[in-house]
Design a protein around this ligand. Structure first.
Ligand code: PRX
Length: 691
């Protein structure tokens, strides 16, 4: 591969450039019977994109051939998006194909090339800082998965059963997911930070018959109990379906235990006949376990995501289409090359962890890093130290992490080398240009391309994303759609399609293999939420602007739009303006009712370390916003907030901020999923609208 070490800007356009920008197109040699290994030129993208839209059956047949099937599918696409049709919304891909996801992530690599057995599948980086390297090879992982799959079978868990997984971010979690996939059990991972009530709600919704957990987890130096939360959840009537609880002992033997963890382990309650230590059960099984042949449309997993109202939605993903999509998007978007070390900082409790810590990388025979800790422990150099320690080539994280780290002195980054990096990525929320530039220049040393990937739990994989070095980047834009994805803006008022340049509700015109098939046992709600708002389209719930050059700029959730004096203002846009001020680390903007202007604009602002709060600074920030966006945009209230209410995955909970500023503090709703619920009280006390 040719590397251009310094041509970062070509004709003033940023490519970010330790990658494969070539002049010659590989499509010239492409025989059209299988997909090329990487996408290297814009012409190549355009021709393949056109093929994926004009002949999806051909394109997605080639994509499926990247996997190994027991029975290769002959029926590729069979989908209906229109809720008004007599068939109703129905999504089927590869419906006569037979496949096993675990086999595709592990066995086949070794069967095809015995060298793969010794290659590292997972590098585990524990919460505790250590020089020790924990490497798990493909052969070791396969053996561990087979054994654990036999433990599941021994406890009567079989194809089609639902298993809830409530674990910290450790290798055993990956083993648990892969073992479920191997025997055809449907996993439902609940992020380890959720409260026992939230776990109970999710167990009862999917009626799981078993829970896989750990005695505890460790994050940021703190011990977090897990098994005891499951105990509490299982006392609830609605969780009576659970017959077995399999308990991993966290990081058996590899690390010394902190005092609070020892206490936690010693105080564990045990219910005989229900609770089982995994390490004891593993001794009773052998390590032969054939993968279960699954129909492509058999469920692979359920993953809960919060809806704008009501109870969480059990997003249902199936087997063949999901893996085809997660695998191809991983390969192309990261331009993954054999031998590269890849790290995604997400927890397996979220879709990013499913698709891009586990299934995408392993199906491509990649080396993936599993990081147990947080970016700020023991200090804010942690990510950059990990990059050096493991010589990471591709690093994928969330804008919220980037913003929280850029608030500190750059020396926390620059004292590390980061020379191994080739590519950076972001996911989860719009990245403001200021954070993008910091990531690009300081973290990437102005050498690495950034892939800003827009997608959702529901989409299974990347939807709008740059392909590295194939077209120029614009900081803050996720750029262009992935193969097979037809974006369409619709007017929020008239519901009519809009032609770019325009801004509207972001919808998708036709199906792609990775999309969710339904909500678990609630197809009606699935159709209502995603297909009825704009009949004939999948509605993402996001707003988007598409510019003349076709680049997509996500403006945030449609319900995050403020209407002030007849102007629509995206809260993300205002936040982006605020964080461009050198004193601001993070901002969250919400609306509150105003009789004259319809809505007023309330800005929560977190200042960088050592910046003093003052009225003069408030005035400066208001001016910054007006200067950046327009004089019609006027922040009414600036509230300096050292902390914002965030979910454990780092997302700011705007729902709670809206309630504070309305004010409607008696109806804050569920705050149990917050990283630190005490933040809410601090904000209420300081808010001019609640005083
Ligand atoms: O609003 C979009 C935002 O995150 C939402 C999906 O959240 P979730 O299902 O939790 O999945 C997160 C990981 C894929 C989207 O509706 N979002 C995600 N990625 C981006 C984004 N907003 C802007 N830019 C992105 N790159």
């Amino acid at each position: 591969m040719e590397f251009f070490e310094k041509s970062l800007e070509i004709d003033g356009k940023i490519y970010g450039n330790r990658g494969a920008l070539k002049n010659n197109s590989t499509t010239a040699n492409w025989d059209k019977s299988c997909l090329p290994d990487t996408i290297q030129t814009f012409d190549e993208y355009k021709s393949l994109y056109a093929l994926s839209i004009n002949d999806p059956n051909h394109f997605w047949k080639m994509a499926a051939e990247r996997l190994d099937w027991y029975q290769v599918p002959t029926k590729i696409k069979n989908t209906e998006f229109d809720c008004r049709s007599s068939r109703g919304v129905e999504i089927k891909w590869y419906e006569d194909g037979i496949i096993n996801v675990c086999y595709n992530c592990l066995d086949r690599h070794i069967e095809k090339d015995p060298k793969a057995a010794k290659e590292v599948a997972i590098i585990f980086e524990p919460d505790t800082l250590t020089e020790v390297r924990h490497h798990i090879t493909y052969a070791e992982l396969l053996r561990a998965v087979k054994k654990f799959a036999n433990v599941l079978k021994k406890h009567g868990i079989k194809k089609g059963d639902v298993v809830t997984i409530y674990m910290p971010m450790v290798v055993e979690t990956c083993i648990a997911l892969l073992a479920c996939a191997r025997i055809g059990a449907i996993h439902s991972v609940v992020f380890g930070g959720f409260s026992s009530n939230s776990v109970a709600e999710r167990i009862s919704d999917c009626q799981s018959i078993a829970v896989i957990t750990s005695d505890f987890g460790v994050r940021g130096g703190k011990c977090t109990p897990l098994k005891s939360k499951i105990d509490q959840a299982l006392t609830m009537e609605q969780c009576k379906t659970v017959k077995t609880v399999l308990v991993f002992r966290r990081n058996q033997g590899i690390l010394p235990l902190q005092d609070d963890c020892v206490e936690q382990r010693n105080s564990l309650q045990w219910t005989d006949g229900t609770d089982f230590w995994v390490h004891e059960e593993l001794e009773k099984v052998d390590d032969n376990c054939e993968p279960e042949p699954m129909n492509a449309e058999d469920p692979l997993f359920i993953l809960y995501t919060s809806g704008s109202t009501g109870k969480p939605k059990g997003i249902l993903h199936t087997t063949g289409g999901y893996l085809t999509y997660a695998s191809l998007t991983f390969k192309y978007t990261f331009a993954y090359q054999p031998g590269e070390i890849y790290m995604c900082t997400a927890d397996v409790g979220w879709i990013t962890g499913h698709s891009y810590v586990l299934y995408g990388p392993l199906s491509n025979r990649a080396t993936t890093v599993v990081f147990e800790g947080i970016p700020t422990y023991p200090d804010v150099s942690r990510f950059w130290n990990i990059i050096d320690k493991h010589q990471i080539n591709i690093f994928y994280t969330a804008p919220t992490a980037i913003r929280s780290l850029m608030g500190h002195d750059d020396s926390f980054v620059t004292r590390t080398s980061r020379k191994s990096l080739r590519l950076l990525g972001t996911v989860g929320e719009p990245i403001n240009p200021e954070a993008w530039r910091w990531y690009y220049t300081v973290v990437g040393n102005s050498q690495c391309s950034i892939v800003d990937t827009w997608w959702q739990t529901e989409t299974g994989g990347f939807m709008i994303t740059p392909l590295p070095n194939v077209w120029p980047l614009e900081p803050g834009s996720a750029t262009l759609p992935f193969f097979g994805i037809q974006t369409q803006l619709l007017s929020k008022d008239t519901k009519q399609p809009m032609q770019p340049p325009a801004e509207g509700a972001l919808c998708i015109r036709d199906s792609w293999p990775g999309q969710a098939r339904s909500l678990y046992r609630n197809h009606k709600r699935f159709v209502e939420v995603y297909f009825e708002p704009y009949p004939g389209y999948y509605f993402s719930g996001d707003g988007c602007e598409i510019k003349e050059n076709g680049y997509h700029w996500i403006t945030g959730r449609v319900d995050d739009v403020l209407v002030i004096s007849g102007h629509n203002i995206g809260t993300a846009e205002v936040e982006s303006a605020l964080v461009q001020h050198h004193d601001v680390a993070e901002a969250a903007v919400v609306g509150y009712p105003d009789v004259i202007k319809t809505q007023g604009m309330y800005c929560f602002v977190t200042l960088k370390d050592n910046v003093a709060e003052s009225d003069a600074l408030k005035r400066e920030l208001i001016k910054t916003v007006r200067d950046r966006i327009g004089a019609h945009v006027f922040p009414d209230i600036i509230h300096f907030a050292p902390n914002l209410p965030k979910t454990r995955s780092g997302k700011i909970m705007r729902r709670i901020l809206r309630k504070i500023v309305e004010p409607d503090i008696l109806n804050l709703g569920d705050t149990s999923t917050l990283n630190d619920p005490s933040v809410v009280q601090e904000l209420i006390e300081k808010s001019p609208r609640t005083r």
